[in-house]
Design a protein around this ligand. Structure first.
Ligand code: GLN
Length: 303
């Protein structure tokens, strides 16, 4: 299999889609990103990497960051985390408020926004400086010390984060946030504002394909925990589109409104595609299509 040729062909094939998605505009700093960007990168458990298109251009990873904070929180808190956040797909948009009220402040899963707020709150209880811990963790996973928070994006989110503020206040009212709402949101807005490239993200997610071991061989989580994080990605990683994405792509995947989507083929590889234009569920239109083409062309899938 000529992986480079597969990626180059996918890059050419998705080109007509680049003008058809909608760049996220509810976070003003994201609206400025040119819609014609597309990148794709693969990192294998054997240590090989491939890339095509704008795969080295950093973008705002947004909700893909929820993978990294969840991994850190599970390491610190362990299974007790599941007393405060569920493990079921929400069937609702990632920033929906309705479910949280009738389920008494227990978010359905760690990948919707409210779930991510609880994960941050749990992390804060164990880490005096969660933002420093998080960025060091991501840098080490990706093997790139230059990865940083984009302060402009973080500020833009803070200025317009009314729904996140509503969710966090509701969690607080229900007793499911220990720390101050603004302190939790500051960490959350920063985690979303991490800037990374497709090549960085493919490498950073490799531990999930590699039984819990990072690209450099270091143990990140146990094999059992990697399996569970993958299961959550499969069922909840792309919000209310998770069923359709499982049907079309057939591997665990985590998306963000910056247009990034990371996929994991357990035992084999991690892949990241990026294109800023989104579909109605907030997933990258060309990114989803790229992963769909990749699993179809290579025959790699968990099903
Ligand atoms: N920062 C975004 C938000 O909170 C993240 C959402 C996403 O990527 N799905 O709305």
């Amino acid at each position: 299999l000529d992986t480079q040729a597969v990626l180059d062909q996918i890059r050419d094939e998705v080109r007509p889609l680049l003008s058809r998605g909608r760049v996220a505009d509810y976070i003003p700093a994201l609206e400025a990103v040119p819609a014609d960007r597309f990148g794709i990168a693969v990192a294998t458990v054997e240590g090989a990497t491939w890339a095509s298109g704008d795969a080295r251009e950093p973008f705002s990873i947004q909700s893909v960051s929820k993978l990294f904070t969840l991994t850190l929180a599970l390491r610190d808190v362990g299974e007790r985390l599941w007393r405060r956040v569920g493990r079921e797909p929400s069937g609702n948009p990632f920033n929906s408020l309705v479910q949280l009220e009738y389920e008494h402040g227990i978010p359905r899963n760690p990948f919707i926004n409210a779930g991510a707020h609880v994960v941050v709150d749990a992390l804060m209880a164990h880490r005096p400086d969660p933002l420093a811990v998080l960025i060091e963790f991501v840098r080490a996973l990706a093997g790139n010390p230059a990865i940083a928070y984009d302060e402009r994006v973080a500020a833009s989110e803070r200025d317009t984060g009314f729904r996140n503020r509503a969710l966090a206040n509701f969690l607080k009212a229900e007793g499911n946030l220990r720390h101050a709402v603004d302190a939790v949101l500051d960490v959350y807005f920063h985690q979303c504002a991490i800037a990374m490239s497709c090549a960085d993200l493919a490498r950073a997610a490799l531990f999930l394909a590699n039984g819990g071991r990072a690209a450099d061989g270091a143990r990140v989580v146990s094999a059992g925990r990697a399996k569970r994080i993958n299961a959550l990605m499969q069922t909840c990683g792309t919000y209310d589109a998770a069923g359709d994405i499982a049907f079309r792509i057939g591997i665990p995947a985590k998306s963000g409104v910056g247009g990034g989507i990371v996929g994991v083929v357990p035992g084999r590889l991690a892949i990241c595609a990026w294109s800023p234009g989104l579909d109605r569920a907030g997933n990258s239109l060309a990114g989803v299509r790229a992963l769909e083409l990749f699993t179809a062309r290579t025959g790699l899938s968990v099903f």
